[in-house]
Write a protein that binds this ligand. Sequence first.
Ligand code: ADP
Ligand code: MG
Length: 445
Amino acid sequence: MTALIKSTRLLRPLGTRAPALLQAQRRRFTSDRAYDVSDADISKLANLPQHPLRLADLVRHGRPPLSERSLLSSANFTLSLAPIRLAHRLQALQNLPYIVVSNPNISQIYNNYLHSLSILLPYWQAASEGRAITTLDDEIKFTNVLAELVATHTDTIPILAKGFLECRRYISPAEVTRFLDEHLRARIGTRLISEQHIALHFSSQPHFDPGASPTPCPEHPTYIGVIDTALKPSLTIDSCAGFVADICELRYGVRPKLIIDGEPETTFAFLPMHLEYIVTELLKNAFRASIESKATEPIVVTIAPEPPLKQQEGHLPDIKPPSEELGPFKYDAIKPLDDNAPGVTIRIRDRGGGIPPDVLPNIWSYSFTTFSEDQDIPGSSGNDGLSAIATASTGGSSIAGLGYGLPLSRAYAEYFGGGIAVQSLYGWGTDVYLRLKGVGKVDQK
Ligand code: ADP
Ligand code: MG
C-alpha cells in the first residue's frame, strides 16, 4: 500500500521515484477513468476554499417534486465541493510527521483519498472546461463514482485508530485529537454530500416516469435524500437501545432497562444516520456505566422539543451562493433557508456512578477510554484498544474501548449547530445533554 503514494511529496524524503511496476499497480487500483493525481493538483485544489455545508444546502436540491434539472444541479453541486474537500484532507495527512504517514494504516487512508480524488478529477477537469454534468447518462456515471468513494472510506475510523495507536510514541495524544477532530468532521461533510446525491439519485427514479408520485420517495414520503423531515427521536432511541441491550446481554448477560419520557411524539427534520450514531454511542456509555456500577435504576431518556427561536434582524449569516466562487459549475444558487428551525434536546440520565474527576478532563480525547478487556475476561492483557479496533473493523460493535464515542458524537452533533454536554454527579450518575438543530421549514415551491 505504501507504494501507492510514491509519486507524491509524501515519500520524497527518501528520494525515490515510483518504479513502473508500482505505477501500473496503482493504475489497476483505480477505476477506468482514474486520473494520475499530482502534488500540483492537490495543492491547487486545497488552495480553494472549503464551502461550509448546511443542512439547507442538502435539502434545497432535493425538494419535491424532484426534476431532472434539480438532480443534475445536485450532481454539479456535489462535484463542485467533493474534490476540494478530498484535497484538503490529503494535504492535512501530508502534514503529519513523516513517520506517522509512513505507518501502513495511515498510508492506506492516504491512498484511499488519493484514489477517490483520482476518480473525481476527470469530472472536475471536464467541468472546468465548460463540460459540466448535463445529461442523465453523465449523472449515472458520476453517481457510480460517488458510490465507489463512499464505499472506499467506510472503514476509515478503525484503520486510523489502529494507525495512531501504533504511532503513539511519535505523536502526542493532543496532536492526534487535533488532527482527528478536523479530519473526522470534514469526513462527515464529504460523506454526506456524496450520500445525499446518491440518495436523491435513487429516490428520483420514479419521477422521470410520468405517472409517478411527486413525493421524494414513495416508501419514505418524509425523506429528502438522507434527511428525514419528520424524524421521531423516540423511535431511533428505542431501536438503538434494543441494539445496545443486545450487546450488553452478550457481554455481561444483562439488559438494562430504559424509559423514554418528555415528549416522545416530537418530530423534527434531521439525519437519521447521524442521530443513530450519536444515540448508540451515548447509550453504550450509559448502559456500560449502569452495569459496571450494578445500578438497578433504569436509564431515563427525556425528549424536549425546543420552541422556534424568535427571528432577529441580521440573524441569518450572509453566505454567498457557492456558484459565485466556483464559476464553471452549473447548479442552482441556494439561498439560506430559515435558520429559525426548532431543535430537540435529548437528555440521557444514568445512575451509573458518574465520572471520576481525574477521568473527566480526558473524555473528549480520541482514544481515551477507561474500558479494559480484563475486567471480566480472565487472562486478557488489558486494554490496548486493539480488541475494540478488531471488532469495529469487522463491522461489529463492542460496548466500549475505542475511545471515539464521545468526541465523534460531539463532532456529529456540532456539524449542524447542535452540541453535547456531559454533567457528571460523581458517586451518583451522569446526565448527557444532546442538542440538535433541525433543518427548518422545507420550501415546497
Ligand atoms: P469508550 O466508551 O470507548 O471508552 P467514549 O469516548 O465513549 O469511549 O467514552 C470515554 C470515557 O468516558 C469512557 O471510557 C468512560 O470512562 C467515560 N464515560 C462516558 N460516558 C460515561 C457515563 N455515562 N458514565 C460514566 N463514565 C462515562
Ligand atoms: Mg463509548
